[in-house]
Design a protein around this ligand. Sequence first.
Ligand SMILES: Cc1cc2nc3c(=O)[nH]c(=O)nc-3n(C[C@H](O)[C@H](O)[C@H](O)COP(=O)(O)O)c2cc1C
Length: 172
Amino acid sequence: MDYDDVPLSRAYELVAGGCLIWVCTRSADGRYDLAPIAWSCPLDYEPSSRLLFVCDKKHATLENLRSSGAFAVALPTREQMGLVEKTGSVSGRERDKYRDFGIAAERARKVDALVPEGVAAWLECRLLRTVEEGSVAVVMGEVLAARARSEAWKERLHYVSESLRYRPGQAF
Ligand SMILES: Cc1cc2nc3c(=O)[nH]c(=O)nc-3n(C[C@H](O)[C@H](O)[C@H](O)COP(=O)(O)O)c2cc1C
């Protein structure tokens, strides 16, 4: 079989299949925020579902979830990709993304966060802990509540790189 060398700076793409999520938070002074995160995955399911994601230490999102101890994870759909790019291009420190991008949202039920309308599913989490490594932190959360459309697994998005995004194809 033939294999090509993969540049080390792109080797991570080989294992990047994570579900694209919006992490929705609220700052200590009351501003709601949301940031797209591509590096996410499950952590455990017993005794309860837990998940993790990788968050740059500079993001307002990290500061917000540390101060509030909670966050919501929403699964954008393909139709929301434009909004994903917008919300990932500025920091909630500088802008109120919900107001400036006109994002209609509903309140999460168990945590203080706003979930954009039209997402495939969302999960509400309490923060378990964060572990810092270099310029990023691994954020771990326990799911307190979750709601999903019946076909959410088909609608969710996976982000490998700017040039490769996909939705799950045929299940088997
Ligand atoms: C498609 C997409 C995927 C992203 N994935 C991640 C990620 O996995 N981890 C991360 O720290 N930032 C990621 N980002 C960058 C943040 O979403 C972006 O810097 C955001 O503006 C941070 O907002 P905040 O400062 O309000 O938290 C991604 C951005 C986009 C557009």
